[in-house]
Design a protein around this ligand. Structure first.
Ligand SMILES: Nc1nc2c(c(=O)[nH]1)N[C@H]1C(S)=C(S)[C@@H](COP(=O)(O)O)O[C@H]1N2
Ligand SMILES: [Mo]
Length: 322
């Protein structure tokens, strides 16, 4: 998505770089000094990707559609949803589907830590085979005002939360995308606060709508859509739907998400869809359907208010719709 700040190379850093990016850059320079760049766990020798957990999960799909979650809208064509993407790790434009094929997704270790009974690391394949998979058709609304309707396969995030056994002090779940310096050219754009981070409250994470998607259109999730597992929160703007997750951290502190860190005036923590609250630079009243470019009215909570509006009762002082 577009951000108001100029690019890092266009203006003196001290004038325009948010603190987080400064910080990141300092860490980056420190990393060079310490010789640590290039020696991270994500740059293991080629071939080790097959050492463990290399099995495909293709046999799991298709899964049964849950008829409770269907929408009246026409489904977006698969070819559109799989080639018009946001995934800044692979570039700040929509045509990243080819570049994303470089991402290594086996083995894929998921860390569950923070305020939990017992922090664990689990292989993705082992995790997904423990979870109750189903298909749901959801609307999807990007903050940039394009929209799609897709059949996700995956499991309710509540199943993952139950599996994690959070302690009573846990108030939020922070999620983190993989950082593969060698496969993700976007990570060289050091002014972004990598890794991509997102967060939900426990009430949001355990809401019945919230899914961890592992598939789409009856198949394993393609890399460009966030393989092997990504978040789906259909009542929130698309940027909350973090891709290619490697870590779930239960915490008592509200996470600062990637886009909030870049520009908190335009992209907040809550990011609930609302046609009446414009983005500072454009209206949110309508959305453009990926299928045919048709413009249709946006609905509050993207049409999912019956499921989620209660979460936000008594929180009117928060910026719920940015
Ligand atoms: N790690 C990561 N997750 C991300 C993004 C990203 O750049 N990096 N973009 C977000 C945005 S802005 C949108 S609209 C959706 C797009 O998902 P899709 O490409 O599957 O349609 O992914 C979200 N998740
Ligand atoms: Mo987005």
């Amino acid at each position: 998505m577009l951000i108001r700040r100029k690019k890092g190379w266009e203006i003196p850093e001290r004038d325009a770089t948010p603190e987080s990016i400064y910080k990141n850059r300092r860490q980056f320079l420190k990393g060079i000094a310490a010789g640590s760049i290039g020696a991270t766990a994500s740059s293991l020798p080629l071939g080790s990707a097959l050492a463990q957990g290399s099995g495909s999960t293709a046999d799991l799909y298709p899964v049964d559609r849950n008829p409770a979650y269907t929408v009246e809208r026409e489904m977006t064509e698969k070819s559109k949803a799989l080639t018009y993407n946001n995934f800044y790790e692979f570039g700040s434009h929509k045509s990243i589907s080819q570049a994303a094929q470089a991402m290594r997704i086996r083995p894929w270790t998921v860390v569950i830590d923070g305020l939990v009974e017992k922090p664990i690391e689990i292989d993705f394949e082992e995790l997904v085979r423990k979870m109750p998979l189903e298909e749901r058709v959801y609307r999807f609304r990007c903050v940039e005002a394009w929209a799609m309707t897709v059949p996700w396969s995956g499991f309710p995030m509540k199943a993952l939360v139950d599996f994690a056994k959070p302690l009573s002090g846990a108030k939020y779940v922070e999620m983190e995308t993989a950082s593969q310096k060698d496969t993700m050219p976007g990570l060289r754009q050091f002014w972004y606060p990598w890794p991509y981070i997102e967060g939900l409250t426990m009430a949001e994470a355990t809401n019945e709508l919230t899914m961890i998607a592992t598939g789409i259109y009856g198949e394993e999730l393609p890399k460009q859509n966030g393989a092997p597992l990504r978040l789906v929160t259909p009542w929130k703007y698309g940027f909350k739907n973090i891709k290619s997750i490697v870590r779930f951290t239960f915490t008592d502190t509200r996470p600062k998400s990637f886009w909030e860190d870049i520009n908190a005036d335009e992209y907040g923590f809550w990011a609930n869809v609302n046609p009446e609250v414009p983005h500072p630079r454009w209206s949110q009243a309508y959305e453009r359907l990926l299928n045919n470019g048709e413009s249709v009215p946006t609905r509050i909570y993207n049409g999912y208010g019956d499921y989620v509006a209660d979460i936000y009762k008594g929180m009117e002082s928060e910026r719920l719709f940015m």
